[in-house]
Design a protein. Sequence first.
Length: 211
Amino acid sequence: MEIQKISSQESRNKVMLAIMASGRGSNAEAIIQYSLTTSAAFKVALIVTNNPKSGVVEIAQQYGIEWCCVDLKDFQAAAEYEEYLLETFRNYSISMIALAGYLKLIPVRIIDAFPKKIFNIHPSLLPKYGGNGMYGMRVHKKVIENREQKSGSSVHIVERDYDTGEILCQKSIEVHDDDTPETLSERVLQVEYLIYAPTLNLQAEQLLQGI
């Protein structure tokens, strides 16, 4: 597969962040807006998606951020796919990666290349309702089915298994008696907008300080 040429303006005093997303990209946009409207310690240098029709592509174009579509099925071997990702990240001097609705398991080789520098936001209070197959509306349906009184969102470090890494931040909300998966999803999403970017910023600050 031919590697897409990517160019970027780099800043020495900011961490270069890549966002990986599969869907409409609302969390990605919240992260981008945070980076542009505050004295953020990170810059969104690249957006990676596995779906060329995803909404996050339009968001990347809207904000003038370079993007590429990378999907394992387009490569003859997993090693080629992994090397393509690593080379792409190197082209942008990427130091941190944020998953924002990215529905693919991150290869071990990528995780090992960015130890404790890949982050994810999950729509539940982990460790509850995490793991393989627990994403999006599936999580909210289970929360309601089990009559949970609280739900919320968790930012965590990405490890080899789904949703198992260290939890960096959580924020909870009440589950209403009349909540549907859709209404709960929307309220949890608002929480995600509030906590993800600041948590990423704290991690970027610590990286810049060598902590």
